[in-house]
Design a protein around this ligand. Structure first.
Ligand code: C5P
Length: 230
């Protein structure tokens, strides 16, 4: 049984500004953000099925961004929240009976094989895994009125990245239970795993593996690719 990937790309990306369309279809270097992301998973030899979750209105943008889809890539429509889009992506790879699944943000195009391998290697039948970086800034909790209430000790705190990987059936069941109970406030899959009692290992994240959130992130990503040899 192989490893599946779910790439969630159904967001509207409002923080990056709507003028030039959703950020996952903006071009960085020679290709759309989502084309870079998909390529990392589609070219990985251990990944046997991929669901790309898109907004129902983005079919034309997707076809323009990615001309030929490999046979093991399926396109599915997402939902109103990232959590819902992920659940729909998980259901779309069910018929492949994967042993594990990697769930990744479409707007993290700098994912590479090394990081995919590191996460995949840390998943077993009872544990998920996620890449994370130790928090380096000093953290402040704000009081009303914009003053500082307190300094939050950063020891042991990590900033979570994706891909987050899990035993497939465990995370699918956790998502379905959350859905059945009307819970839709989880911001990543490790939070659902935590809620469902699935243990998750932390592996070293990559500083390159940033999430393109703001318009400025997209400009920086484009400059970075222009400066590199490819
Ligand atoms: O909005 P945020 O940056 O947290 O989105 C993280 C990822 O989740 C993005 O790749 C986005 O396209 C995806 N997403 C989704 N469906 C939604 C909202 C976000 O697939 N309804």
């Amino acid at each position: 049984r192989g490893i599946a990937a779910v790439i969630v790309a159904a967001g509207r990306g409002e923080r990056a500004g709507q003028a030039e369309g959703p950020k996952q279809y903006r071009r960085i270097g020679t290709r759309a953000v989502l084309a870079h992301t998909l390529n990392a998973f589609a070219s990985h030899p251990d990944i046997t099925a991929i669901a790309v979750v898109i907004h129902p209105e983005d079919g034309d943008l997707l076809r323009a961004a990615i001309c030929d889809l490999p046979a093991h890539v399926r396109i599915v429509h997402g939902g109103a929240t990232r959590q819902d889009s992920t659940r729909l992506g998980l259901l779309a790879v069910e018929e492949d009976s994967p042993r594990a699944v990697l769930i990744h943000d479409g707007v993290r195009p700098f994912i590479d094989k090394t990081l995919i391998d590191r996460v995949a290697a840390a998943i077993d039948t009872s544990h998920g895994a996620l890449p994370a970086l130790p928090v380096s800034d000093t953290l402040k909790r704000e009081a009303e009125g914009g003053t500082i209430l307190e300094t939050v000790p950063r020891a042991g705190l990590h900033a979570a990245q994706t891909p987050q990987g899990f035993p497939y059936e465990l995370i699918l069941r956790a998502h379905q239970r959350a859905f059945d109970q009307g819970r839709n406030d989880f911001t990543d899959d490790a939070a659902i795993a935590e809620w469902a009692g699935i243990k998750v290992r932390i592996v070293a994240g990559s500083p390159e593996n940033i999430k393109l959130t703001w318009a400025r992130d997209i400009e920086m990503a484009d400059q970075r690719l222009a400066a590199s040899v490819n």
